[in-house]
Ligand binder design. Structure first.
Ligand SMILES: C=C(O[C@@H]1C=C(C(=O)O)C=C[C@H]1O)C(=O)O
Length: 202
């Protein structure tokens, strides 16, 4: 096995089904967002509105690229296969709150799924949740080892801090895609602090 795959195997995130997790092990302020079964985009829009912030999506990259080992196993792909990979920041105001990485096997891009390559700055969630033909698989949650490839991609130049992530497969006409959402330190801080108008007067 090539050394980079071994490295990824050792450090890959330990995703646990949300239904098996002890809720008390999740950080309280992030718990509702981590466990949200509906659209995270919609939830974050609400958090932005309560803080008077604008919500937006910033595309970091969208291209055919190699997948990570943990994505291959989740999607049943051969190791190191190529797929359509979209990486974005979901922003509260000017601040990246979430790093989202979506992996779409090329066969999912046939037919209906082709729209996935034409999203641009439109949130993927808006497309997935508007389509009654789309099914969501089980939600998984992980506390990420900061050395794992996903955490390193998510953090970029941010200071290392504990990161929580969630991921689930979606199925378009029974063909899968994998959406992984890593909560960045700024989102943890924003959720920890109540919006100004909800704070009690001193
Ligand atoms: C899957 C959703 O879509 C969100 C939007 C994304 C995008 O535009 O690439 C990626 C992940 C999600 O956080 C959602 O809203 O739940």
């Amino acid at each position: 096995m090539p050394i980079q795959h071994l490295h990824q195997l050792v450090l890959q995130a330990r995703w646990q089904p949300a239904s098996h997790l002890l809720r008390a092990t999740l950080p309280p302020a992030q718990r509702p967002a981590l466990l949200e079964r509906g659209s995270l985009t919609a939830l974050l829009r609400g958090e932005c509105a309560r803080r008077g912030l604008h919500f937006s999506v910033r595309v970091l990259s969208e291209r055919v690229a190699r997948t990570l080992t943990e994505e291959d196993s989740a999607l049943g792909l051969r190791r190191g296969q190529r797929a359509w990979v979209r990486e974005v920041h979901l922003l509260g105001g000017d601040t990246p709150w979430v790093f989202a990485r979506t992996v779409v096997p090329l066969r999912t891009l046939r037919g209906h799924g082709r729209a996935l390559t034409r999203l641009g700055e439109r949130p993927l969630g808006a497309m997935l949740f508007a389509d009654p033909g789309v099914r969501r698989g089980e939600l998984h949650i992980a506390r990420l080892d900061l050395r794992c490839p996903l955490a390193r991609r998510a953090l970029g130049c941010h200071a290392p801090r504990t990161l929580w992530g969630r991921r689930s497969a979606f199925f378009i006409a029974d063909r899968p895609l994998l959406v992984c959402e890593i909560f960045l330190p700024a989102l943890a801080d924003a959720l920890d602090a109540k919006p100004a108008h909800e704070r009690e007067a001193p």
